[in-house]
Design a protein. Structure first.
Length: 470
């Protein structure tokens, strides 16, 4: 017998059978929520467990910067952005590519646009409207979100161990599990990486978690720090090894932040771990060749001070001149040597910023531990999605796209395993315009985060989860 879970006003009802397969999703970030959405629409009984008081806190934090959800570059180029994991992620990204994610957002009432850099944003420039619409649809489709429930591993029979808000231990069983617990960056927002040791204890290979897309730490002189903290360095290029990244960065109290820094951070961290030190080269005039810059610096200096000469001949700012003096207290006298210094200013990197300040995490569950559906080979019925996976990606929309795409892929794997017979599972269905009105949802508080509401613990789920039974 089918029972109707009544939605809020304005949403289409989903009929869910008490005998429908059950799915537990650990983590209410983008990967977990999109997996919940797809599985609920396929008729599964879905419970999402989140250890924070409200879902998607890191997504909301990203929304304060405009919420760069994906990138508009060609898909052939897009799929190469994930380092050593690109080959494994390519079919997943091609199955749910950027245009499908944009259609998904439009389906929820949030149209997107392409910025001048090729990055894609919601027209609202915020995460909250998209999250409201998605949470409303989840509620309409019968999804339970149980907040203040922390994952504590699996028991001997494969049941989920959870810790409730009051510290009480509980077991929950489901026909399938999606692990979408995030990496370990910004742990105060929810992803603390505690799952890594729990999975490793079951024999799952987990590449150690480390900060990625983070700033670098430089031991600035106090006078420099006082004068230039917060100042931008515009139109420069950074180099480490063979990598060269152009863009803008910002001087921080402890070092440098910005897109080009983030792009080099993982390589710099590995160099420090390997060699005990690393150097980043700064090209202060990337649009000029060495010869052209040397020609400018070959002019007669006359009675100008060194700083005035650099300002007039090469257009260096006070900040750039101060950086030059840090790198070379006694700079070269000849034009060729001075030009070479300006084009490759060496900055010693003390360390990269820690996980608490990193945008993302490198490391995670090794792809060799997963089948093509992202199911753990050692834990049949348990799937992995999002930043728990072992991949690196730059900023620019690639991280969120991977979260949504792998969430969809994990849901697809669950639907195959449980033989769900709901609506067709394809990106064409998403893009075809099947758009119901989104149900209203609780407003966000002034911090930008949903109000903290504890969910009552759900009833025990059927005992068939990790033993692989259906």
């Amino acid at each position: 017998m089918l029972t109707e879970r009544r939605p809020r006003l304005g949403a289409a009802a989903i009929l869910v059978s008490p005998e429908s397969p059950s799915c537990a999703i650990l983590g209410a970030g983008p990967a977990g929520l999109v997996a919940a959405d797809r599985l609920a629409r396929l008729g599964a009984r879905v419970t999402v467990y989140e250890h924070k008081p409200s879902p998607a806190r890191k997504l909301l934090m990203a929304g304060r910067g405009g919420l760069n959800i994906t990138h508009s570059e060609s898909l052939d180029k897009f799929v190469t952005r994930y380092g050593a994991a690109s080959a494994r992620l390519e079919p997943i990204l091609r199955d749910f590519p950027p245009d499908a994610l944009r259609a998904f957002c439009a389906e929820l009432g949030e149209e997107t646009f392409v910025g001048s850099s090729g990055r894609v944003f919601p027209k609202s420039f915020k995460a909250a409207p998209l999250l409201r619409a998605l949470l409303a649809r989840l509620a309409a489709n019968g999804v339970t979100i149980a907040t203040r429930h922390r994952f504590d591993g699996f028991d001997e029979e494969g049941a989920l161990r959870l810790i409730g808000a009051g510290g009480e231990a509980m077991l929950r069983r489901a026909d399938a599990v999606v692990l979408a617990l995030g990496g370990a960056s910004w742990p105060r927002l929810g992803a603390d990486g505690a799952w890594a040791g729990m999975l490793a204890a079951t024999g799952v290979a987990v590449t150690p978690l480390a900060p990625a897309n983070c700033g670098v730490l430089i031991d600035w002189p106090e006078a420099f720090r006082a004068a230039f903290e917060g100042a931008p360095l515009k139109t420069i290029a950074l180099r480490h090894g063979e990598a060269r990244i152009a863009g803008d960065v910002v001087v921080t109290r402890g070092g440098l932040e910005g897109g080009p820094v983030y792009a080099l951070a993982s390589a710099l961290r590995r160099a420090i771990e390997r060699d005990g030190a690393a150097t980043m080269l700064v090209d202060l005039r990337p649009t000029l060749s060495l010869e052209a810059l040397a020609a400018k610096l070959g002019r007669e200096r006359a009675k100008q001070s060194f700083a005035n000469f650099l300002r007039k001949a090469a257009g260096l700012s006070k900040l750039e001149i101060a950086l030059l003096r840090i790198a070379a207290p006694t700079p070269p006298e000849d034009a060729q040597g001075l030009a070479a210094l300006i084009k490759a200013l060496p900055l010693p990197i003390a360390a990269t910023a820690g996980l608490a300040r990193a945008i993302s995490t490198s490391g995670g569950v090794a792809f060799d531990e997963l089948n093509e559906d992202l199911m753990l080979k050692r834990l049949p019925g348990a799937f992995v999605a999002g930043e728990m996976l072992d991949f690196d990606a730059p900023t620019g929309g690639y991280l969120l796209q991977a979260a949504f795409s792998t969430g969809m892929a994990a849901a697809r794997g669950v639907s195959r395993r449980l033989d769900l017979k709901g609506a067709p599972f394809s990106r064409s269905a998403i893009a075809s315009g099947e758009r119901g009105r989104s149900a209203p949802c609780d407003s966000l508080d002034e911090s930008g985060l949903p109000p903290a509401k504890a969910a009552a613990p759900p009833p025990p789920l059927p005992a068939r989860a990790a033993r692989g039974e259906r």
